[in-house]
Ligand binder design. Structure first.
Ligand code: SAM
Length: 479
């Protein structure tokens, strides 16, 4: 969007928001000081190129726990509010089987279809035009994820979006929406808008779209996720952590009894610093799937591996608990599974309590476990099509292309040549033409998704690499 147009639309959004009672001032009295904008008392819209793009900066020093934004219930775009439109409601009421998230997606498309006549027009006019969630990945970008689990997650996301769209198409047609809003592309846009921006409300599982409140970018919660199994924690420590974890969540944001969505500063912020929100504890693959981005340093990242441990032992744990942490250490459940697997069957009962308490069974057993884990990680890394170093170089070149809008330099790098040729081919580009013209918006979007895929696989590989180092360190200590 043209910068000037974006500026005008932002001004209109802030003024509309102030009129309907959205405010970043703790009391209504201070809110009325400036009615042409709902912001300025605690927050201002700013741009953070490396941390989410458009977001909020603190307009003054903020204290942890301070109320920084209040959005009244009437401003929220929910199915309930949209269905106050009788014509729309009569179309939808005929379809009792609609899930709440399908309903909200349909409601969003219906509001977009009203154009300037929509009550939420100033908000809708500034929603992103496209998304990088997994359901939007093309074959080349999916393939670039390299790891089977991630490829499967993307394919599943696309299949789900297609089947949801087919399920709702008849209703969309009955609603007589403009033809372009009936397309799969529009459905993908609307469902990605909802997965990446909706906030929890107690009365509708699908959540709501929250004007202004959805401009907070994400910071990972800096505690271990609830129910986490870090093996160094005692039961008591884990319980305290859980209690902590819930209180942290409450300081972030939520719908409150006085009928507004309230957002609080999760820490102290200096003026100008980006004010962030924790949407929850997510792995990078979850972030990619639901939000279309990932964090290069994500404390909640996990690398899942498929070890050929005995089914009866690994079944004792939920599949998601068998993983490697970002620092390379195996999770509590994975370590316990590996220790028991490496114990002869007849001794397992006797040492079960030790393993489940997170203790080493014996030096010999620990050495077997660490060697097995390190070998497995080495094998996975070897079998992936590119190395950590190659991915790292590739990222440098993709970044260069995005900065300079030219692919030329990329052909200098031997290890990336093949991948770049494939990229050009699937995007219908020719090296010679790229020299002269800058990249199209479509190519830039594809490059951005490619970069996300390479970043994701690099983070996965780094965890396996850290795990090998961790295992080797334990082996050296024990030998
Ligand atoms: C709720 S919106 C936040 C506002 C958004 N930046 C905007 O301009 O509308 C969530 C989206 O912001 C982006 N985002 C949020 N936090 C991010 C982060 N830490 N790094 C990169 N992108 C982020 C992602 O595109 C995500 O889907």
């Amino acid at each position: 969007m043209d910068k000037e147009v974006e500026g005008q639309k932002t001004k209109a959004l802030l003024s509309w928001a102030a009129q309907i009672g959205i405010s970043d001032a703790p009391t209504m009295r201070s809110a009325s000081v400036c009615s042409s904008s709902c912001l300025g008392h605690s927050l201002v819209i700013s741009h953070f190129p490396d941390a989410g793009g458009r977001g909020f900066a603190a307009s003054r020093d903020l204290r942890k726990g301070e109320l920084v934004l209040r959005v009244p219930r009437a401003a929220l775009l929910t199915s309930e509010m949209v269905l106050q439109d009788g014509k729309l409601a009569s179309c939808i009421e005929k379809n009792h089987l609609l899930s709440s998230s399908h309903m909200l997606t349909i409601c969003l498309l219906a509001e977009v279809g009203k154009g300037r006549d929509s009550w939420w027009y100033p908000y809708l006019a500034l929603l992103p035009l496209n998304y990088d969630t997994l359901a939007n990945f093309q074959d080349f970008e999916i393939h670039a994820l390299q790891v089977e689990d991630a490829i499967w997650a993307s394919k599943k996301a696309i299949l789900k979006a297609k089947s949801d769209w087919k399920e709702c198409l008849l209703i969309l047609q009955q609603m007589k929406l403009k033809p372009h809003l009936l397309s799969f592309r529009s459905w993908l846009w609307a469902s990605a808008t909802i997965t990446s921006r909706s906030l929890h409300i107690p009365w509708d599982e699908a959540g709501c779209l929250c004007p202004i409140g959805d401009l907070f970018n994400y910071a990972a919660p800096d505690y271990e996720p609830c129910g986490d199994d870090s093996h160094e924690c005692s039961n008591e420590e884990q319980l305290n952590e859980k209690a902590d974890c819930h209180s942290h969540r409450l300081t972030d944001g939520g719908f409150e009894k006085d009928s507004s969505y309230c957002f609080y500063a999760k820490k102290n912020y200096k003026k100008g610093e980006q004010v962030l929100l924790s949407y929850g504890a997510y792995t990078n693959l979850d972030l990619l799937e639901h939000y279309g981005f990932l964090l290069t340093s994500n404390p909640n990242e996990k690398a899942f591996i498929h070890l050929d441990t005995e089914v009866s032992i690994s079944r004792a744990w939920p599949k998601e608990s068998l993983h490697i942490q970002p620092d390379g250490k195996p999770s509590f459940a994975l370590l316990c599974t590996l220790r028991l697997s490496a114990t002869p069957k007849k001794f397992r009962r006797a040492v079960g309590h030790q393993a489940h308490a997170g203790s080493m069974i014996s030096t010999e057993n620990e050495l077997v476990v660490m060697k097995k884990l390190a070998n497995h990680c080495c094998k996975v890394l070897e079998e992936l099509p590119t190395t950590i170093e190659q991915d790292f170089s590739l990222l440098i070149f993709i970044n260069k292309m995005l900065e300079s809008s030219s692919c030329l330099d990329c052909f200098e790098l031997e290890s990336c040549k093949e991948q770049f040729h494939e990229f050009l081919q699937v995007n219908g580009l020719h090296k010679e033409r790229i020299e002269k013209s800058s990249l199209t918006v479509k190519t830039v979007k594809s490059l951005e998704r490619w970069r996300l895929a390479v970043n994701w696989r690099l983070s996965y590989k780094n965890i396996l690499f850290n795990c090998i180092s961790y295992c080797n360190m334990v082996i050296t200590e024990l030998s």
